[in-house]
Design a binder for this molecule. Structure first.
Ligand code: NI
Length: 177
């Protein structure tokens, strides 16, 4: 168990397409260690998702944990800590919705991003079992943001109005203007 350094925008690994985990890698005990490190790192940083490239591992692997209940994004369905191996997203509804996104690799900033509002996610769990789930609303954005990391994309790439890239500390001021 270890808290790893979260790489910030500018590190090349954040801009590379990560590769899928092989069957051998998925069953290697070293994967559990990597996942434990990701969980420790996410806990220390206080986010809701972390992708392996953010700690320098160019693998299609991410973890997400969403505490349920009221939030700045409205009432959220909770997602217990889940490990996504080789995940894929299918867009179910191309109509977009926007949220203020933040990223542990782009600390201190928030940006307004519009993304498709309903998706299906498919992935392998740590036992190699195929899983799938459908999400809409803010959770659809969470998955698209996290899995974008596996393709070398950061949320800023998805912005269409750069006047809506602001420091988190100024967000309330911006919204009040
Ligand atoms: Ni991120």
């Amino acid at each position: 168990m270890a808290v790893r350094e979260i790489l910030r925008m500018g590190q090349p690994v954040l801009r590379r397409r990560a590769r899928p985990l092989t069957e051998a890698e998925r069953t290697d005990p070293a994967l559990r260690t990597l996942v434990d490190d990701m969980v420790d790192t996410l806990d220390a940083a206080g986010g809701i998702g972390l992708a392996a490239p953010q700690i320098g591992e160019a693998l299609r692997l991410a973890i997400i944990r969403v505490p349920g209940g009221p939030s700045r994004y409205g009432e959220l369905e909770s997602i217990p800590l889940t490990v996504y191996v080789n995940p894929e997203i299918e867009v179910l509804d191309r109509i977009t919705q926007g949220f203020w996104e933040g990223c542990l690799s782009v600390p201190g900033l928030r940006g307004w991003v519009e993304r498709p509002r309903a998706i299906r996610v498919r992935w392998l769990d740590l036992d190699g079992e195929p899983q799938s789930a459908e999400y809409s609303g803010f959770l659809a954005t969470v998955f698209q943001h996290e899995f974008d990391h596996l393709d070398g994309h950061l949320y800023v790439d998805r912005m269409t109005d750069m006047t809506r890239l602001v420091f988190e500390s100024e967000l309330d001021t911006h919204l009040g203007s």
